[in-house]
Design a protein around this ligand. Structure first.
Ligand SMILES: C[S@@+](CC[C@H](N)C(=O)[O-])C[C@H]1O[C@@H](n2cnc3c(N)ncnc32)[C@H](O)[C@@H]1O
Length: 242
């Protein structure tokens, strides 16, 4: 696999897309490699069998590069990126990485992840979407689609900027503040129901928290399809803070 560092190479294309599409890009810089490592951490405990992984909102591929390091022959990765320029950057990045030469199937889609049509659920879903930039309905739709496509014991990982709701609301108009408050409430109730671990990453701009969720953690646990899959979610050990 070629040594490609999308973090630096993608900064300019990311920045120019932030300026023209802040509502959907929702960040001022790509995530740091440390946040990528933290969010992909659950793949260290991956099953031996081939797995399928979904990445939503890949941007310039910082998480994609980290996911690919954990994938093996027979695994599958589906990537959704809405922005056409970032999609173009990602497809060149994936051509250089050539995961298919290692037997990893990778499909890149220039589409809204809500249009996901995969019939089989994923073992691991990594979400880089900027929930704090969306309205509540969009957040609900995305969370519903992603959780519907997660296996009974799969892990859903996403991140949140640690300072976002309080700091951002200072710069917002009243209507936007109200939207952000509602989104924050919605995400909080989602994490209360589903989160089993989280990691603070200071070395990111802005600092961020990687959150790890599962289906039906509190109360209505779904049946596991095999005894091996019936494992209790393991807590995520804390990442050294940098
Ligand atoms: C905050 S950026 C994160 C990019 C990358 N994961 C990272 O951490 O650097 C969010 C990305 O999600 C994409 N995006 C926003 N809404 C989307 C949607 N509904 N479906 C797919 N991608 C979306 C944006 O174009 C942007 O590239």
């Amino acid at each position: 696999m070629g040594r490609v560092r999308p973090f630096w190479g993608g900064n300019w294309v990311f920045l120019s897309e932030v300026l023209s599409n802040f509502g959907t890009v929702g960040a001022i810089a790509p995530s740091s490699p440390l946040l990528a490592k933290a969010i992909v951490h659950p793949l260290q405990d991956r099953p031996e069998r081939p797995i399928s992984v979904l990445e939503a909102g890949a941007g310039t591929g910082v998480f994609t590069a980290q996911i690919l390091k954990s994938l093996r022959r027979g695994d599958r990765l589906d990537v959704y990126e809405l922005n056409p320029r970032l999609f173009g950057y990602l497809s060149r990045f994936l051509q250089r990485q050539a995961p298919q030469t290692r037997g990893v199937r990778c499909n890149l889609h220039n589409a809204d992840v809500r249009l996901l049509s995969q019939a089989r659920p994923y073992d691991f879903i990594v979400c880089g979407l900027p929930f704090n930039s969306f309205d509540v309905q969009t957040v609900d739709e995305i969370l519903e689609v992603l959780m519907d496509h997660l296996t009974a014991t799969g892990v859903f990982a996403y991140f949140e900027y640690s300072l976002t709701p309080r700091v951002r609301s200072r710069f917002l108009k009243a209507a936007d503040r109200d939207r952000l408050r509602k989104v924050h409430l919605r995400i909080s109730s989602f994490t209360q129901k589903h989160q089993f671990g989280c990691r603070q990453v200071w070395w990111n701009f802005p600092p961020a928290k990687a959150r790890f969720c599962r289906k039906g953690l509190h109360g209505n646990s779904p049946p596991a399809s095999s005894p091996a899959e019936a494992a209790v979610p393991k807590p995520i050990p804390p990442l050294a803070e940098h």
